[in-house]
Design a protein around this ligand. Structure first.
Ligand code: BG6
Length: 460
């Protein structure tokens, strides 16, 4: 029997911009996604933008009821910055009403709301001023965080500041998947620095409200890094990739300081971001209570072929390595490697003081799932059940080895809109029938998971 600790969090994750819909009504101002879709709709998969998503703004009561029926005891989503503070300063009363009803509904149904503040949804008004490149964004974010804590802190006892900060940095400043779609390593590092500072200042705001009796953390996409070989050059690439993609975030939020090796690497390459002398103390004083780990796949690297000096991209430190033996999810192209979850757990235990953490996202996106629908209309997503089962086996092994993991959240509860793929890949325990007025219908995995939750484990 694979079993989990008492009071283990069983739940699912999502984000405001991917589920709420109602993107431009009830006082909400446009996020960069809304505006970008208006400007260049052809860049969005199938021309589908963020306006409707899963319609949760109108459907939240049913959604919470379904969560309860399935036995979920927790759910993470995010607050929309541009709904709560459309101009960055003025509280939108309609947003307060919506979120208070939504979170109260969860609490009343035994589903703990875990709220995140930023899931790639930069306000357009702030993007026009340079977004995270502009240091002013740090204080704007801290103010937004303060307002959210004050408005909802009685209902929400677990907060996170950012979801996967690596993603908006990498996709927006080292690629073209997010706005402003530029490729500039130095600008990317400045964006990363301001993001981490904004995180620390939001934590500081939370600590000031110590009567709120909750905890605050961050959600990181962590991948164990493996090198192609044990050669010195491949090993060096592994260490650099780990510094850039993992330790940059983890050390800063858990230990309160940037790794010296990272500072050295950036200095040698003239890539250090602009900082201010007081910043150091802000990081040191505002470490997190917990870490949420989004785990999808490991990172495999090899030595770069002809690295530029000074480096102009992360690829000058480490190049992606396509491991021939990998098992992949062909729809998303991501490697499936459950053992990686064990590796992360052990790392948090051994290198980060065994900080409390939970799996804040894990899951499998599959396209054209209607192929697997039976006569009763239930998607037979055995592949998703296998995926989750294999990851849970690794998680239990880690907990037995002393890891302080306290929960497992699936991405996601309901199929949702995605930044890169609109509705192509479906991730949910529940199908959302776009052609049927967003009708929710359970997949086989929801029944399987309901059983796991009920027994707090499963026979393997
Ligand atoms: C996670 C993000 O990394 O992956 C989600 O937090 C995202 O926002 C999910 O939707 C799945 O990725 P994708 O690109 O397949 O939607």
């Amino acid at each position: 029997m694979i079993s989990f600790p008492e009071n283990f969090l069983w739940g699912a994750a999502a984000s405001a911009p991917q589920t709420e819909g109602a993107a431009l009504i009830d006082g909400k101002s446009p996020s960069t996604w809304d505006k970008w879709f208006e400007l260049e709709p052809e860049l969005f998969y199938d021309g589908v933008g963020p306006e409707h998503t899963s319609n949760t703004y109108f459907n939240y009561q049913e959604d919470v009821r379904l969560m309860k029926e399935m036995g979920l005891n927790s759910y993470r989503t995010s607050i929309s910055w541009t709904r709560l503070l459309p101009d960055g300063k003025t509280v939108n009363p309609q947003a307060v009403t919506f979120y208070r009803h939504y979170f109260s509904e969860m609490v009343a149904n035994g589903v703990e709301p875990i709220m995140n503040l930023f899931h790639f949804d930069m306000p357009w008004w702030l993007m026009e001023q340079g977004g995270w490149e502009n240091r002013a964004s740090v204080d704007h974010f801290a103010y937004y965080a303060k307002v959210a804590f004050e408005q909802f802190g009685d209902l929400v006892k677990q907060w996170s500041t950012f979801n996967e900060p690596l993603v908006h940095i990498e996709c927006g400043y080292l690629g073209d998947a997010h706005y402003p779609k530029v490729y500039d390593f130095k600008r990317a590092l400045q964006v990363g620095y301001h993001t981490l500072l904004a995180h620390a200042k939001a934590v500081a705001e939370y600590r000031k409200l110590n009567h709120q009796d909750g905890k605050i953390g961050i959600i990181l996409n962590l991948s164990p890094v493996y090198s192609k070989s044990q050669s010195e050059a491949d090993e060096k690439a592994r260490v650099s990739a780990d510094l850039i993609y993992c330790r940059s975030f983890l050390d800063t939020v858990v230990k309160g300081e940037f790794p010296q090796e990272l500072i050295g690497l950036l200095a040698e390459n003239h890539l250090l971001p602009v900082t201010e002398s007081d910043d150091k103390g802000i990081f040191t004083a505002n470490t997190v209570d917990f870490v949420g780990v989004n785990y999808y796949q490991p990172l495999r690297v090899q030595a770069p072929g002809n690295p530029r000096v000074p480096a102009q991209s992360p690829g000058d430190f480490a190049r992606y390595y396509d491991w021939p033996e990998k098992v992949i999810n062909p729809y998303r192209g991501w490697e499936i490697f459950p053992e990686g979850l064990y590796a992360i757990a052990m790392r948090l235990k051994n290198d980060y003081g065994n900080i409390p953490w939970y799996v804040s996202e894990n899951g499998m996106g599959v396209s054209q799932e209607e192929r697997f629908m039976n006569e009763e209309g239930v998607i037979q997503d055995e592949y998703r059940i296998d995926f989750v089962r294999n990851h849970l086996v690794e998680l239990e092994r880690a907990i037995a080895a002393g890891s302080s993991c306290y929960g497992y959240h699936m991405w996601t509860f309901l199929d949702c809109w995605s930044w890169l793929n609109a509705y192509k890949n479906r991730y949910g325990y529940y199908r959302v029938g776009l052609e049927k007025n967003y009708q929710r219908s359970p997949k086989l995995s929801s029944f399987w998971m309901a059983g796991v939750i009920q027994q707090n484990g499963f026979e393997n």
